[in-house]
Each structure stands twice: as structure tokens, then as C-alpha cells.
Write a protein that binds this ligand. Structure first.
Ligand SMILES: [Ca+2]
Length: 358
């Protein structure tokens, strides 16, 4: 399995893992281009006209990014003007219940649910052929800022960790059907969106919508991290990656709509789970981004040299603390390896249905 980037995500370095990554990429890439072949899956994007559970985001122009970003978050610079047309956006992150409706209708199997064929990869250790996801584990005695960017000790590839069993075999979503789906890849997210007659947002659409009509604010709700001492989203409190005190009420994902919505009525755009965007991830893309409807660079960052690259994820997650990650801020951005699934990343869709009658 391929490791995600920077703050909380891990990176594998060993030769054997690199070899296995390449094999996984080749295999998964083949699945990607061949499609699922499952019944009930549309071949092309046909925008839904059913906007229940969505909200209209009116078009406009806004300053995207953050000129006040520190050196740890230089990818948020420079702030630049962006113009967008209006679109519809899901009010919540896609839930386990919604994802189940998709798999029930189509028989779709996520990447994490599929083992690789050992006959196809005879030289790979069996443990690397199992389907699974990168799962967070608490680790004591670690200074995360001293860990660099590779082999982050709090990420563990867990065979059998899937959207149905987000902590691995024996775990269940039975009591979490209203939580956001996790342990899905970009390909899985795209498949869900296609089935729903929706699509993943561009990074610009995501940030414009997340700002909720506010301009240049650090948080989706405004200037203060905790107005009147109140936690406004699900993130991490305490010493990362050892102890999450759960002062916001949750120490893992939370059910959607557990916190107040932003100005457009969108819930959990900060925290809970990272949300996948359509764009490839470019750290320095903002320096050359066009003004009108930017759609990302032609290729993504590829820190693991997988040949496949990273797509953008936005919004931060239940794992973002204030000292190390600090990416539940609205301008925060990072990449996720395209074929990686983790238990802190999910999705929210947009759609191109006609604007509501005025
Ligand atoms: Ca929390």
C-alpha cells in the first residue's frame, strides 16, 4: 500500500516496499483504466437532477490560499484570485450508509477489498498482496516534528482494513452508518461519484465552498479557533500521536453534522475526515494557477516515485492537532497518493444540476 504525505500520513522507504508499491500501482492502475465492469455503473458522468442533501454554491470570485502561511505550510501561498461558476455540493461528507447504497446497487469492490493475485506477483511476500488500508495507531514517546517525512510510525498497513472494517478484521461500521466513509481510494471516490451522478470538487470549488462566503479567514467559521471556548470541528487535542484527549467530544470519526455548519450550510468541511478533490496535487501550483476555474496541474507530486502521483485532499481530519499538523484551517492542503486508502480520508461530492429558481 502506498503511503500518504507529510503531516500525519506515512511514507515507506525500504526497497521491498518500494518494489511492492510498484506492483500495486501497476495492478491497481490496470483496474483503474479497465473500469469496474459492474452492473449499475454508468460509463460517463450524467449530472443528477436530484439535489436532495445538497446546497447551491453561487458562483463568484474569491482570494484562494493564504499569504500568512508559515514555512511549514508554504503550499498555501500565494493567495490568488479565483473565479468560479455556481455548483451544487453535498451538505455532508459521504456516509457509510450512502456508500453502502452504492456498493449494494453495483457490487463495487473497493481497492482495499481486493487482494493481488500471487501468480501475477510471484516474488512478493504474501503480506504485501493482501488488500487493506493504512490505519492510524497511537504511538508513545515520539516527537512528530523529528520524524521527517518518511516511515512515520503512526501509520500501519493493516490487511483487511476496509470501509466495512475501518480498523481491520473484527471492526465494524454497524454503529457508524452516519459517519463518513473511510478506507477508500481516489478511484473508489470517483466511482461513487459517477454512480451518484456527481463528481469530486476541484480544489478551488472545495475551498470556495468551505469558506462559506467569508473572505480571508483562517477557519471556515471565522477568525478564532475556539470562539467562546467552543470546539467547532472534530480534530485532535493532546499530544500527537500518543494521546487524543477528545475534548471536542470525539477520538475518531464523528457522525456527520456533529458540529455547526459553515455559512453555506456545509457540515464538517473542517476536520472529521480529509475530503478528496479531483485535482492532481501540486505544492507550488498556486504560483501559476489560472484565475478562471483552475483545475490543478497536469500531474501530481510523486514523493514515492510510484509513477502514479498524488491528488489533493482538503479540510483536515480527526487526526489534525494544533501543534504538528494544524490542517483543519480552511487554506490547508496536501496530497494523498492516488491508490492509498486510510482511515482519515473520505469524500464529498458536487454536481452540475441547474441553479435553483430565484
Ligand atoms: Ca476529535
Amino acid at each position: 500500500m502506498i503511503a500518504p504525505a507529510s503531516d500525519d500520513p506515512a511514507r515507506a522507504k525500504s526497497v521491498i516496499i518500494t518494489v511492492c508499491l510498484a506492483l500495486i500501482v501497476l495492478s491497481a492502475g490496470m483496474f483503474y483504466f479497465l473500469g469496474t465492469g459492474k452492473s449499475g455503473m454508468p460509463e460517463t458522468y450524467v449530472p443528477t437532477k436530484d439535489t436532495r442533501g445538497m446546497v447551491w454554491i453561487p458562483g463568484g470570485t474569491f482570494p484562494m490560499g493564504n499569504d500568512k502561511a508559515t514555512k511549514d505550510h508554504f503550499e498555501e501561498r500565494p493567495a490568488h484570485e479565483v473565479s468560479l461558476k455556481g455548483f451544487w455540493m453535498d451538505v455532508t461528507e459521504v456516509t457509510n450508509a450512502q456508500f453502502k447504497a452504492f456498493t449494494d446497487a453495483t457490487g463495487y469492490l473497493t481497492d482495499a477489498e481486493k487482494d493481488l493475485d500471487p501468480r501475477q506477483f510471484p516474488n512478493s511476500p504474501p503480506e504485501y498482496l493482501k488488500g487493506g488500508s493504512l490505519i492510524f495507531k497511537h504511538v508513545a514517546g515520539v516527537d512528530p516534528k523529528a520524524c521527517g517525512t518518511g516511515n512515520l510510525p503512526w501509520w500501519k498497513f493493516t490487511a483487511g482494513a476496509t470501509w466495512r472494517s475501518p480498523e481491520g478484521p473484527g471492526s465494524s461500521i454497524r454503529d457508524r452508518m452516519d459517519h463518513p466513509v473511510v478506507c477508500v481510494t481516489y478511484k473508489d471516490a470517483k466511482a461513487y461519484a459517477l454512480w451518484a451522478g456527481k463528481r469530486l470538487p476541484t480544489e478551488a470549488e472545495w475551498e470556495y465552498a468551505a469558506r462559506g462566503g467569508l473572505s480571508g479567514k483562517p477557519y471556515v467559521w471565522g477568525d478564532e479557533e475556539r470562539p467562546d471556548g467552543k470546539y467547532m470541528c472534530n480534530h485532535w487535542q493532546g499530544m500527537f500521536p500518543e494521546t487524543d484527549l477528545g475534548l471536542d467530544g470525539h477520538v475518531s470519526t464523528s457522525k456527520v453534522k456533529s458540529y455547526p455548519p459553515n455559512g453555506y450550510g456545509l457540515y464538517d468541511v473542517a476536520g472529521n475526515v480529509w475530503e478528496m478533490c479531483e485535482d492532481w496535487y501540486g505544492k507550488d501550483y498556486y504560483a501559476r494557477s489560472p484565475k478562471d476555474a483552475p483545475a490543478g496541474p497536469p500531474a501530481g507530486e510523486d514523493p514515492e516515485n510510484t509513477g502514479y502521483g498524488q491528488h489533493v485532499i482538503r479540510g483536515g481530519s480527526w487526526l489534525c492537532d494544533e501543534g504538528y499538523c494544524f490542517r483543519f484551517r480552511v487554506a490547508s492542503r496536501q496530497g494523498l497518493d492516488t491508490l492509498t486508502s486510510t482511515n482519515h480520508a473520505g469524500l464529498r461530492c458536487v454536481a452540475d444540476a441547474p441553479a435553483p429558481a430565484r
